[in-house]
Design a protein around this ligand. Structure first.
Ligand SMILES: [Zn+2]
Length: 232
């Protein structure tokens, strides 16, 4: 179980190559607690990452694969940005409806939890949610559709925040790839300037601090055949 008390607001200014063939990946034990927070903090200190200066207040687009990812990854950051006058456009890519198949109505429940989380963060009034309704667990198969739906959303954005392309979850990685592709195309010429940063979510648990960009994702659910995308 993830611990949402961690500081997960780190942003990473890089993404894994998207065209390289996927290497063999070890199976992931979801319940593995992963590296200690102190190990990550030491690694981050050693890396001496440069501070991120977002500049004058504008609008930030957050690409969130499942309701809760935006909160776990950049909730604190969004709180601070909104306090500084920023507004948030949240691309909520799936409803997270497939996480626990035995739970009926999970997607609706997670949408309510999302609304509650934004309220608790104090950013509800400054946030517009765009529900993209892609299928939970099959975002990689729908990457083209995701890019199409993200393209108009980057209009007028100062920044795009998206999952790290090597985060370890197929949906997360697909969101990172799609956001990077849309920004690389300049968002159809609508972005104020192409600017994107990437955040880890599961990588805190699944990656090793000594090699934070190692490939660590589960081999499960890695079918990326575009033909298997089924959306309405
Ligand atoms: Zn997620």
């Amino acid at each position: 179980m993830r611990d949402d008390t961690d500081d997960r607001s780190t942003v990473i200014d890089r993404v894994a190559p998207v065209d390289a063939p996927p290497p063999a990946r070890p199976a992931i034990e979801v319940d593995d607690p992963g590296p200690a927070e102190t190990a990550w903090r030491a690694a981050i200190d050693r890396a001496a990452l440069p501070p991120w200066h977002p500049g004058a207040a504008g609008i930030v687009l957050v690409v969130s694969p499942h309701p809760d990812d935006e909160t776990l990854a950049v909730g604190g950051l969004l709180h601070d940005l909104v306090a500084a006058g920023w507004r948030v456009r949240l691309a909520s890519v799936t409803d997270g409806e497939a996480a626990y198949p035995a739970v009926s109505g999970l997607g609706a429940l997670r949408r309510r939890e999302l609304a509650s989380a934004l309220d608790r963060l104090g950013i509800a009034d400054a946030t517009v949610i765009h529900r993209l309704e892609l299928p939970d667990g099959r975002v990689a198969q729908c990457q083209a559709a995701l890019e199409e739906r993200l393209t108009p959303l980057v209009a007028g954005m100062s920044w795009v925040l998206a999952p790290w392309g090597d985060d370890g979850h197929p949906d997360h990685e697909a969101c990172g790839r799609a956001a990077a592709a849309v920004v690389a195309r300049g968002g159809g010429g609508q972005m104020r300037f192409p600017a994107i940063r990437f955040f880890p979510i599961w990588a805190w648990q699944w990656a090793a601090p000594a090699s934070p960009n190692s490939t660590i994702a589960s081999s499960a659910g890695k079918d990326s055949s575009p033909a298997s995308c089924s959306i309405t």
